[in-house]
Ligand binder design. Structure first.
Ligand code: PRX
Length: 650
């Protein structure tokens, strides 16, 4: 049993949940009256245009509906309603890569969102239900465009700026987007990089659905303009009216799509709702981050991922908070960048990924001591398991042994946090997400629903629907059911399976042990093995391939490929092929999916029915002893041959 850490209670004396007794009390309330629990918060937190009368509709499970006859507008919830009490409060504090700064008050944000919403409507004919793809850098216009879509009822699909033209194209086509909003480019480590040329390339084929591209000027680099298709955001915005009536949206109307990787097939468009999503985004800001009126909150994620959606834009703004948006990287111009910003902005909550913590620990362990970090109260982590060494450094050196570390476990599909410490209540343990939040029935079970014994790994399932859950996979409801409700049952009914394994200790603390499927977690980003393999197979000389995750010091996991070549002419050929394969991956998916290493092997371990035994490949790359039964393999001797090749590499 690992040691418990107790953050300074004084810091959290006004927290929403102040003790474990209060926590258990809320858990009990949710158990005893599930619908009543959620109805109370939904009434209290959301400014409804029309109040709901029904809480949860389970008739068509797992296509659950929450607050289904209620009406609201998420942009109104995040911006308009704050004008009465916070019009001159900073909503967004932007810091660019080069240190340039911009403040948008709630009033200014309101006008910007309205003008952008009017531009989308008037110039591009965007209506309720239309899809808009945002391929944007980390600039305020990204958040403004998201909110502008929400204001007029359009469904946004933000595509991370690191994805390639091919990946962008697939997402545009799948969503049948009418408009793409992008920028010329932005800045990274002091240098300009480009986005618009990637959009141009994506639109070369098969994107007939796209009627216009709207381009924000950020880095001022030269770009090409396609007449009749491309429009300058900064020009068109000038003449737009500053007021815009919010579209009246049903609680269940989709707010956005966000594509994420699964174990098989193409990325899936995770569809989120309006009311349930915004309710939980706002509540978790209050419960998990203990956000207060005068706080300055900073989440370092990119808006291209769910963390950026829920915890840079929607959650903080719904809560009326001040949210920092950062264009740069944590190590530029040096490993003190984040801590300098914490000091300068007097950050109270800092939320980042274990990858960044490991990197900053390794490259600048002493940097935090050079800055005044006394404003910090809550330190968050997300996206992957955090190792105890990085956790302790974060706790002691960054948090000064006084802050709470909230190790938040959740997913694109869950919309918001599922398992996390509560800063005012939970004694914390390194590397441990601790307890499910009240209202969230996260249970570690076996496939048939029996509870997994303490100390053993089981399946991390959520056994009751929750308001911010995924509603469906865009255009593929069957895949939605199969992907999430096919593996585990409780009381004979299918329950949501996260794809993760987890373990409970004797104190009831939950540790996430990682994916149980073929998803690799690279720097907290999900990569489907099938996607990477499909890209590698495009190389002319590749006969077969299997990719697996390999432990990596900074990234958590890196991508390792076992490649069978059609024609292998030796080491020089292999090195060249490796470069070519990575070039294909970069163009098919993006640099985030590059392979760290490859082994060229004579064959893959396959069963007689042709199924690749990935577990063996995962064990081999970790240098683990093979415990699996290899007698069912078509050629059992292949394991030793691969082992020899891999051993030379590790
Ligand atoms: O494996 C879990 C891991 O990240 C996956 C979700 O990835 P994504 O949808 O991209 O969302 C990331 C940001 C929410 C999960 O299935 N994961 C997320 N948080 C944690 C985690 N693993 C361990 N500890 C966490 N705190």
């Amino acid at each position: 049993m690992s040691e418990l850490y107790y953050p300074n209670k004084e810091l959290f004396k006004d927290a929403a949940i102040k003790s474990m007794d209060e926590y258990w009390d809320l858990v009990k309330q949710a158990e005893e009256d599930y619908e009543g629990f959620w109805a109370k918060y939904a009434k209290e937190k959301i400014d409804w245009f029309k109040p709901f009368t029904k809480v949860l509709n389970e008739e068509n499970a797992p296509f659950y509906k929450w607050f289904e006859d209620g009406e609201l507008n998420v942009a109104y919830q995040c911006v308009d309603r704050h004008l009465a009490t916070r019009k001159n409060k900073a909503a967004i504090l932007f810091e660019g890569d080069n240190g340039d700064q911009q403040t948008l008050t709630y009033r200014e944000l309101y006008y910007e969102v309205n003008r952008t919403a009017n531009m989308f409507k008037n110039e591009f004919g965007i209506k309720k239900g239309d899809r808009v793809v945002l391929y944007m850098p980390m600039i305020p216009e990204a958040a403004i465009s998201m909110l502008a879509c929400a204001k007029i009822g359009a469904i946004h699909s933000v595509v991370f700026g690191g994805f390639s033209a091919e990946a962008l194209r697939d997402r545009i086509i799948d969503a049948e987007a009418k408009l793409v909003v992008t920028a010329d480019g932005a800045f990274r480590k002091g240098k300009p990089y480009m986005l618009k040329p990637v959009v141009d390339k994506a639109l070369e084929e098969g994107c007939e659905c796209v009627e216009a591209v709207c381009v924000v000027e950020r880095n001022g680099e030269e770009i090409t303009w396609v007449a009749g298709r491309d429009y300058a955001y900064n020009e068109l915005i000038k003449s737009q009216p500053v007021t815009c009536e919010p579209e009246v949206m049903n609680a269940e109307d989709p707010l956005f799509l966000l594509y994420t990787s699964g174990s098989t097939g193409k990325p899936k468009g995770v569809q989120h709702s309006s009311a349930g999503y915004i309710l939980w985004a706002q509540m978790t800001m209050e419960w998990v981050f203990d956000i207060k009126e005068n706080d300055t909150y900073w989440c370092t994620a990119d808006v291209g991922w769910i963390t950026g959606h829920t915890y840079i834009v929607y959650g903080p703004l719904a809560a009326g908070a001040t949210t920092v948006m950062f264009e740069g990287v944590p190590t530029f111009p040096d490993a003190g960048r984040c801590w300098r910003m914490v000091e300068e902005y007097q950050i109270n909550q800092f939320y980042t990924a274990p990858t960044a913590i490991r990197l900053l620990h390794k490259t600048g362990a002493d940097e935090p001591s050079k800055y005044d970090l006394s404003s910090l109260r809550v330190l968050g982590t997300v996206g992957e398991p955090i190792d105890p060494a990085a956790w302790k450094w974060y706790y002691e050196e960054v948090g000064g042994g006084r802050c709470s570390i909230v190790d938040t476990y959740w997913q694109t599909e869950t919309g918001g946090h599922m398992i996390s410490p509560l800063p005012g209540a939970t004694p914390i343990k390194p590397g441990c997400a601790t307890f499910p939040l009240p209202g969230i029935f996260a249970e570690i079970i076996e496939e048939d629903g029996t509870p997994t014994p303490v100390g053993e790994k089981g399946f991390m399932c959520i056994t009751k629907p929750w308001p911010s859950m995924i509603r469906t996979i865009w255009g593929d409801p069957d895949r939605f059911v199969k992907s999430y409700f096919g593996d585990c049952k409780k009381d004979g009914k299918p329950v949501y399976f996260t794809g993760d394994g987890a373990m409970k200790d004797e104190d009831g603390y939950i540790t996430i042990t990682g994916r149980t499927d073929d998803v690799i977690n690279v720097s907290g980003h999900r990569m489907g093995t099938a996607e990477v393999e499909a890209a590698i197979k495009k190389h002319d000389n590749v006969a077969a391939v299997a990719v697996v995750g390999k432990p990596h010091d900074i990234k958590g996991e890196g991508i390792f490929a076992y490649v069978v070549l059609k024609d292998d002419e030796g080491v020089a050929d292999e090195l060249e092929t490796m470069k070519e394969i990575n070039a294909i991956i970069k163009s098919e998916i993006g640099a985030i999916a590059l392979c760290d290493d490859m082994a060229f092997v004579p064959d893959l371990p396959k069963t007689r029915s042709g199924k690749i035994m990935r577990r063996i490949l995962r064990s081999l790359v970790k240098g683990e002893k093979i415990t699996q039964d290899t007698s069912t393999l078509e050629d059992p001797s292949i394991v030793t041959k691969i082992e020899e090749i891999v051993q030379c590499k590790c």
